[in-house]
Write a protein that binds this ligand. Structure first.
Ligand SMILES: *Cc1c(COP(=O)(O)O)cnc(C)c1O
Length: 401
């Protein structure tokens, strides 16, 4: 266990002003949630916006809505390499997970496999994820779906405010979800957003959303204390402490369909005050660091092995390291020195026993074995950046490329 300055892999700091506004929101009625919803609708140019307690909850109500519209269908196609929250939400919605392999060069679907997976009458929808903030090719997925009656869900959990050539991520799918969790692009401690434009989807979403309960007073108080603790402990000089407490499960990706589902509380909506301005500032800082890592890796003749990473609104900078010994050394040194370089998901979705898929997904396995992410958040000091840069060079000297 490390005691001392420790960087989290990703972070969206919450300001004291936001916490005070969140507390003030507890004494008003619904107005903060209504404000946040209206601002998001305007920002994205979408007519439907629903605010909930997590990205997972957002995905569950999106899926329940699509199931209501097309009750005969029950299968959800997802990339075999994605956050375990995704299969957790699908199982929670009472639907079946169907996997398709990914291309490690893009982290997007392996399109040579996808059409075959889609040719199945039971498929309700296909989900694509903008992992680490790198835009997935939604237009290409739309073409692959073709005339099939299959919905497209954009998992933009990691990319609030991110853009591609067609505009904001989350506006090209039939439904999109975002996360407002710790370590996502913008945070209200925990929270999620569902966006949709189509009238049928919006009307059904509205009914499904109406069935969610509110946070209880006890839960809101817990959340408030957690926000304050987070505000204090996310500081690099203190972050080793929560990281060392096993019950907080910091940095773990777990499969668990039993999570609580609520409407976003007034407190959380209050935390979002000035989110557009703060998100822009966060994105500028992250983009600056992402360009730095890009030039460090390219300057060292490494390449990034990932196309276009320098252009995206990243929340973590993904880097594929093919040399297993080097990757292992780098991760161990990062852990020892508290530098926030980490591996990504602990396995492919097929590695979750409850999913019951015994096929092998070589692209997904490669992502699990090779990817690490470099931190790009605003808590990095100039010295942290130098130490990480030096470590990258040293790892190459010691272990080879
Ligand atoms: C974080 C995340 C989620 C879930 O969001 P929570 O707010 O943590 O429930 C879903 N999908 C992806 C790709 C994520 O990164």
């Amino acid at each position: 266990m490390r005691v001392g300055r420790t960087l989290p892999p990703a972070s969206s700091p919450i300001h004291w002003g936001n916490i005070l506004n969140g507390i003030a929101a507890l004494f008003r009625t619904d107005s903060e949630r209504v404000r946040f919803e209206a601002e998001l609708k305007r920002y994205f140019g979408r007519q439907g916006c629903f605010l909930v307690s997590s990205g997972k909850t957002a995905l569950v109500i999106a899926l329940q809505t699509l199931k209501r519209i097309r009750p005969g269908k029950s299968r959800v196609v997802v990339p075999a390499y994605i956050c375990f929250s995704v299969p957790s939400a699908i199982v929670r919605a009472g639907l079946d997970v169907v996997l398709c392999d990914v291309d490690p060069a893009t982290l997007d679907y392996d399109y040579s496999n996808l059409e075959q997976v889609l040719d199945d009458e039971k498929v309700l929808c296909v989900l694509t994820g903008h992992l680490f903030g790198r835009p997935a090719a939604v237009d290409r997925l739309r073409r692959a779906i073709g005339p099939r009656p299959v919905y497209l869900i954009e998992d933009a959990a990691q990319s609030l405010g991110g853009r591609d050539a067609d505009g904001y991520l989350g506006t090209a799918g039939d439904v999109a979800i975002f996360s407002l969790g710790r370590g996502k692009a913008f945070s209200t401690v925990e929270g999620g957003i569902v966006l949709a434009d189509d009238q049928t989807i919006r009307e059904n979403l509205s009914s499904v959303y109406g069935c969610l309960s509110e946070y209880s007073r006890f839960e809101t108080t817990k959340l408030l204390l957690y926000a304050i603790a987070l505000k204090l402990l996310i500081h690099p000089w203190l972050f080793w402490l929560p990281k060392a407490l096993p019950f907080l499960r910091i940095g773990e990706t777990i499969y668990d369909p039993g999570f609580p589902m609520r409407k976003l509380s007034a407190f959380q909506a209050g935390l979002s005050e000035n989110w557009e301005e703060q998100l822009t500032a966060l994105r500028d800082k992250r983009a600056h660091l992402a360009r730095h890592w890009f030039s460090v890796l390219n300057g060292a003749g490494e390449g990034t092995n990932l196309r276009d990473s320098e252009h995206a609104d990243l929340i973590r900078y993904p880097w594929r390291i093919e040399n297993a010994a080097r990757r292992k050394w780098l991760l161990a040194e990062s852990e020892r020195k508290g530098l926030g370089i980490v591996g990504t998901y602990p396995g492919s979705v097929a590695s979750i026993p409850e999913i019951g898929d015994n096929n092998v997904y070589p692209g997904a396995e490669q992502c699990v074995d090779q990817l690490v992410t470099l931190p790009v958040h605003p808590l990095l000091s100039a010295r942290d950046i130098d130490v990480i840069t030096e470590l990258i060079h040293e790892s190459k000297k010691l272990c080879g490329k």
